[in-house]
Design a protein around this ligand. Structure first.
Ligand code: ADP
Ligand code: F6P
Length: 322
């Protein structure tokens, strides 16, 4: 059976994530293998509206699988959140003959893909965010690299924290989701993991815990804060004042969004890219690819956006028992 599309466009949108390049590579090479033309749209939906669109061949994605960031650049585009913006985007797709679009990004980017699908552009989303906060999928591109970067940083901070017998508060990314903090906290053996989904802001409890542990001979204290919890530097000052223990805050920040992707991120990104092309070739639209229950699957974007996701309660409880 012939392919239902002739030209696939690919863009990255929202926050970048290590492994996006591996996904772009898979989309380009799988589409070419199907005999399709491929266009790269630079700077996400902003580039679609500006028609910053380039032809892609096999060589355009050489030597990128190991690179962090996204060779197509990314952006946030408020104009695309208006009906006029989406209409302009659909017209640009038509002008360039793009009849299938792969959108690599998070929930916001999928909303844009859904809106284009409503205007007749076949669109498929690939979950790309370090935050792991896309409900329909157990895996999002970039999470593994981000967690490993954060974990290695916390290990380093722990060394100096131990030497100086300090309390260290280390803030990891995740404005709305505590997955990085929970994974990191478990992997680093942190004394406290504070995530917006669970934290009750009872700082006195933390202060008492630090004091009690000091009595039992504990020389340092590691607290992992998810970004969404608040100002870690201000918290460090309050904890130091209340405990008398020297306390420092480290905000890891954007380092978590960069760097060479782990094998896991490259592997899943490659599978997601291939699945997205398969769906478009089969004439499917308004879908998002996902990894769920140990399998690669796909969902209707509307259905996917309506799903909710929480941090793993078992692992959260476990962190308190260790
Ligand atoms: P992410 O995709 O990582 O969730 P954002 O929420 O910033 O990141 O969304 C990225 C881009 O997707 C936005 O800048 C905008 O262009 C587009 N977008 C977001 N929400 C919508 C929406 N409701 N309708 C149409 N486009 C949207
Ligand atoms: O990519 C997700 C994320 O890193 C969040 O954890 C963070 O809150 C946000 O992006 C910050 O991104 P920016 O500063 O680029 O808007």
């Amino acid at each position: 059976m012939g392919n239902k599309v002739n030209t696939i466009g690919v863009l990255t949108s929202g926050g970048d994530a290590p492994g996006m390049n591996a996904a772009i590579r898979a989309v380009v090479r799988c589409a070419l293998a199907e005999g399709l033309d491929v266009k790269g749209i630079r700077r996400g939906y902003a580039g679609l509206l500006d028609e910053d669109i380039i032809d892609m061949d096999s060589r355009s994605v050489s030597e990128i699988i190991q690179r962090g960031g996204t060779i197509l650049y990314t952006a946030r585009c408020p104009e695309f959140m208006t009906p006029e913006g989406v209409k302009k985007g659909a017209q640009a797709c038509k002008r360039y003959g793009i009849d299938g679009l792969v959108v690599i990004g998070g929930d916001g980017s999928f909303r844009g893909a859904r809106d284009l699908a409503r205007l007749g552009i076949n669109a498929v989303g690939i979950p790309g965010t370090i935050d792991l906060d896309i409900a329909c999928t157990d895996y999002t591109i970039g999470f593994d690299t981000a967690v490993n970067t954060a974990m290695q940083t916390v290990d380093k901070v722990r060394d100096t924290s131990t030497s100086h017998e300090r309390c260290s508060i280390i803030e990891v990314m995740g404005r709305h989701a505590g997955h990085i903090a929970l994974w990191c906290g478990i992997a680093n053996g942190a004394e406290d993991i504070l995530i917006a989904e669970r934290y009750d802001y009872d700082e006195q409890r933390i202060v008492k815990k630090i004091m009690n542990r000091r009595i039992t001979g504990k020389k340092h204290h590691i607290i992992i804060n998810a970004e969404g919890v608040g100002d870690s530097h201000a918290m460090a000052k309050r904890i130091e004042a209340a405990t008398g223990m020297e306390t420092r805050a480290t905000v890891i920040g954007y380092a978590q969004r960069g760097g060479s992707p782990t094998a896991r991120d490259r592997y899943y990104a490659t599978a997601f890219g291939s699945k997205a092309v398969d769906l478009l070739c089969a004439g499917k639209s308004n879908r998002v690819v996902a990894f769920s229950g140990g399998k690669f699957v796909d969902y209707d974007i509307e259905e996917a956006l309506a799903m909710t996701k929480d941090v793993d309660q078992y692992m959260y409880d476990l962190s308190k028992r260790l």
